[in-house]
Structures are given as C-alpha cells and as structure tokens.
Design a protein around this ligand. Structure first.
Ligand SMILES: [Zn+2]
Length: 278
C-alpha cells in the first residue's frame, strides 16, 4: 500500500508558506492564511502526482474518525479511514505526527499531536480499521516526521498529565527541561494495541528547513502524510499504460516527496533509539 509524506518543495505558495529555498512552497493547509488559489494549485499538483483524488479533513486535535468512501468535502475529524481503492487520504501537519496505517484491505491516516495522542486518536484508528477487518497484527504503521523530544519543551505539569494518559511519553529536551516524546508515546500506544510493524521517521520539522514547523515559525504552512489502497490491477486485455499505475511507483522518488516505505520497519527498541539530528 503506498504511503508518502510531502515536503515544502514543489508548490506555488509564497513566503512565509514558501519552499525551502527561493522556490514556491507546497503548502496544503487552507486554514493558515495562505492564498486560497495557491493552496488549491498545490492540492491539484499533489493529486496529479498521486494520480488519485485526495480527501482532507478539518483537524481539531480530537479522536473523531471519519470513514470515507468517495471524494468529498473535509469532515471534522482527526483520522480518515477507507476500504475503497483509488482514494487517497491526507493528514496535514507542521510538528504533529502524521500516522499512516496500511493493511491489505483498508488504510487510514491520523493526526497525532499532543492533544490527539492524549485523547486516543491512535487507538480509535486501530479499532476503526479492525471493524473493517484489518487486524492490528496485520497493520503496517508509519509515524512520519514530527517534532522530536529534544525540541518539544512543555511545562512540567503538562508533561506529567500527558504521561498519565500516554505512558512513555515523558521526556527531556536537549537542554534537560521537561518534554513530550510524541514518537515514543505513539509507538507505545500502537504496541499495546498489538501492532508490531512500525516504521518511524527520524526527521524533526523544527530542525528541518524542508518541512513546515509551527513551533519554529509560527505562521507557516502544512505538509501532509498520505495513504491509499491502489486501484485493482488491470485485467489481462484491459487498457495498459493509462495514467495511474505507471505514476505511482515514481511518487516516492520525486524530490518533492519524501517516500517512507515499510522496508525499513523497526521494532520498538530501534524506534525509541532513533538518533536525533544534530
Ligand atoms: Zn527536533
């Protein structure tokens, strides 16, 4: 099942939503003050590259799941689930974790920052997939780029409250102050639900100029994580070479997107030991 994460590069947005260099930015957020036409152009560009319609959501840091089976307007939700091939699901982030779920018969994307993680959006997504027949032990989950513990300073009391709700999330910044480790918290939640195949990106938006970071920049854009079920293979004798299947394999290799595949699946120990960018 294809999953990918976009970067800032390859779009048309102007600063502060621009690309990492002087180029246009691929801001996908339509709620951050960017020019609406630019966002629409960026979204069209992404849909064209993926070769599929893309569903977004209005994210509110909660645990609401939306089951979607056709293109349409964004529901208010923090996770999208589908069992329909050929429909790409998108979660927008700029420090929160984009969590991408793959199974043979269903996919999902979830928005897991501190709020959603503590509210239980990860568990709710795993349960929604199970309702569609995708058991936790059959899932492959990718935790995309999110703010690292070293950068994610919070007040002591907040760290304690989140740790109570998400054991394993308490951490220290690289300065030794209280922090939340989103990656560790999410991996713990997944593991306790029986998910064993977990890949984790080591990229931290707050340290990576190729990614949008709200913590670093305040007013900024959103990059996205996507997952989809490929359309059914063409039958012998059907038309070959139409747009779609030929383009999908190329997506992860483009400069504009950082493809994350599950070849590099890591266990819990390896994931929590992920080295921070210096
Ligand atoms: Zn960091």
């Amino acid at each position: 099942m294809p999953v990918l994460v976009t970067t800032r590069a390859g779009g048309v947005s102007a600063p502060p939503f621009g690309g990492p260099g002087s180029g246009g930015g691929l801001n996908l957020g339509d709620h951050v003050g960017d020019d609406a036409d630019a966002v629409a152009a960026n979204r069209a560009r992404l849909a064209e590259r993926v070769g599929l319609p893309v569903r977004y959501m209005r994210q509110v840091h909660g645990r609401q799941i939306a089951l979607v089976r056709a293109p349409g307007p964004p529901p208010e939700a923090d996770a999208l689930v589908t069992d329909v091939p050929g429909l790409a699901l998108a979660v927008m982030v700029a420090d929160c974790a984009p969590v991408l779920f793959e199974a043979p018969t269903a996919v999902a994307v979830a928005h897991a920052g501190r709020g959603g993680m503590a509210e239980g959006v990860i568990g709710a997504t795993v349960e929604a997939l199970a309702d569609l027949g995708a058991r936790p032990d059959r899932l492959g989950v990718t935790v995309g780029p999110c703010v690292c513990a070293g950068c994610y300073e919070v007040p002591d009391g907040l760290r304690a409250e989140v740790e109570r709700r998400v054991p394993g999330s308490a951490a220290h910044t690289r300065h030794g102050t209280a922090a939340i480790d989103l990656r560790a918290g999410i991996i713990g939640q997944l593991t306790r639900m029986g998910v064993t195949r977990i890949a984790v990106s080591g990229r931290c938006p707050a340290e990576d100029p190729e990614l949008y970071s709200y913590r670093r920049d305040g007013r900024t854009g959103r990059f996205a994580g996507l997952a989809w079920l490929p359309s059914p293979p063409l039958r012998p004798g059907a038309l070959i070479g139409l747009a779609g299947s030929a383009g999908l394999d190329e997506v992860a290799g483009l400069d504009e997107v950082a493809g994350l595949d599950l070849e590099g699946v890591v266990g819990v120990a390896g994931a929590t030991a992920t080295a921070e960018p210096s």
